[in-house]
Design a protein around this ligand. Structure first.
Ligand SMILES: NC(=O)c1ccc[n+]([C@@H]2O[C@H](COP(=O)([O-])OP(=O)(O)OC[C@H]3O[C@@H](n4cnc5c(N)ncnc54)[C@H](O)[C@@H]3O)[C@@H](O)[C@H]2O)c1
Length: 412
């Protein structure tokens, strides 16, 4: 037993005398993705966000204005973690910071939610898993695509057996706005993100894992930096550029007071592939491909699952999936098929964000297992990192590192 609020190892929230019905949270990284703190801050409800840490004073000001005016704020995350009145931490800062913040939070006895990708290296993930297992606390990864209706419908179809045993998966990812979202800031430098086949594709690699129920074991990938990057100075920002009136990548949007995504997309430090092709084999024998391009005009994710009995695909608008079935008697005409309407949902990322937040709080208050597990977070990183190494080693076929033996049986 420790001072103040504590959570019993059995998963029941407990404050020393009573079963708790409200989780008190702190967030590290307040603006950008940190905005989901708004969905957790429900005074009088099941969770409140009582503190925040960020390297940016402007971001902390945003937190005060938009989340909790009375919240504790600090530029030193250790001060946030030292607070006894905080049960759980959400890490929503950039990718390369997750490993340290998550490990520190577990050491401080907090439950943890971390954004995807779990870390930028496999070793980083395994360190986080050990910190989690040693802490006796709870851990969830922010794979919000698992909560989107379109992918839930696709998983239901696969799980129902309607298309038979899945043998092949093809995913095409058209990252329209690739420059706007990924090349104007830290995402574009491998020292901060490893690469976009990890940073961006971690969601899609996870979707392939989740919907098939199998994890990647062997990968080979190709890719290039064929549109972005170049000779521009690393500190050149769009508003100061002499080509600002003609450049198609011009960006003058301030994401937050001190966090502008307007570095030149053609600067020298840009070193992450803007197009890639991944081939992988899953542990049950399924063959999967994933293709990503950041200089396409439109944004869409197209998923196809082909099984022994049929094919499943989502359409561009994400409101419908189609199921086409093999039919011996009617091979070419009147192909047996059905279209499944996908219900729209309210909230960020197609209604997924509020569900992610609820799942985290359910895990803490009701001892439920989250849809997005730590093992899923680790395996998505393991595939993304290994595939990036494959690209940078001439399309070498590589084995995805399994979870280390000493923790394999305890990680889920
Ligand atoms: N699941 C999703 O749909 C989704 C969507 C967007 C981003 N993300 C993830 O969320 C994370 C944040 O992405 P973002 O685009 O919001 O990033 P960002 O650059 O906008 O930064 C988010 C916040 O973190 C702060 N920050 C930056 N460096 C920090 C540091 N060293 N320590 C503490 N705070 C720091 C920033 O000031 C900002 O307030 C990333 O890991 C990203 O992959 C997930």
């Amino acid at each position: 037993m420790e001072d103040g609020r504590l959570i019993a190892g059995c998963g029941v929230a407990w404050d020393g005398e009573n079963v708790m019905d409200q989780i008190r949270m702190g967030v590290i990284g307040c603006t950008g993705r940190g905005g989901i703190a708004q969905a957790w801050h429900k005074p009088g409800g099941r969770s409140v966000v009582v503190g925040a840490a960020d390297v940016s004073e402007g971001a902390l000001g945003w937190f005060k204005e938009h989340v909790n005016p009375d919240g504790f704020v600090t530029t030193d995350h250790r001060e946030l973690l030292a607070r006894k009145d905080i049960d759980a931490i959400a890490v929503t800062s950039p990718d390369w910071t997750h490993e340290q913040y998550v490990c520190d939070a577990f050491e401080a006895g907090k439950h943890v939610f971390t954004e995807k990708p779990m870390a930028i290296t496999v070793e980083g993930c395994d360190r986080m898993l050990r910190a989690w297992l040693n802490s006796g606390r709870k851990f969830m990864v922010g794979f919000n695509m698992r909560y989107m209706n379109i992918f839930r419908v696709m998983k239901d179809v696969v799980d129902s057996g309607e298309i038979g045993e899945v043998k092949v998966v093809w995913v095409r990812h058209f990252v329209g706005h690739g420059g706007e979202w990924y090349y104007h800031d830290w995402h574009a430098a491998s020292k901060y993100s490893t690469g976009l086949l990890l940073q961006k594709a971690s969601h899609d690699i996870d979707m392939i894992h989740w919907i098939t129920g199998q994890y990647g074991v062997r990968v080979a990938a190709s890719g290039g930096l064929d549109y972005y990057g170049g000779d521009a100075p690393n500190d050149l920002r769009c508003p100061a550029c002499e080509k600002k009136d003609t450049c198609v990548e011009f960006q003058d949007v301030a994401r937050a007071a001190e966090n502008k995504r307007n570095l030149c997309v053609y600067r020298q430090e840009v070193d992450v592939e803007d197009n890639s092709v991944l081939m992988m084999e899953l542990d049950g024998g399924i063959k999967a491909t994933y293709m990503q391009c950041h200089f396409t005009p439109d944004y869409c994710r197209n998923y196809t699952f082909i099984g022994t009995e049929g094919r499943l695909e989502n359409l561009d608008d994400n409101r419908r999936v189609i199921v086409r079935l093999r039919d011996r008697s009617n091979r070419w005409k009147n192909l047996a098929h059905r279209d499944v309407e996908v219900k729209p949902a309210k909230g960020g990322h197609g209604g997924a964000d509020p569900l992610v937040c609820t799942d985290f709080i359910d895990m803490l208050l009701n001892d439920t297992r989250p849809v997005a597990t730590p093992l899923a977070g680790r395996m998505s990183v393991a595939v993304g990192v290994t595939a990036t190494q494959s690209i940078r080693n001439g399309w070498a076929a590589m084995t995805v590192p399994p979870v280390p033996e000493d923790i394999r049986d305890r990680v889920f």
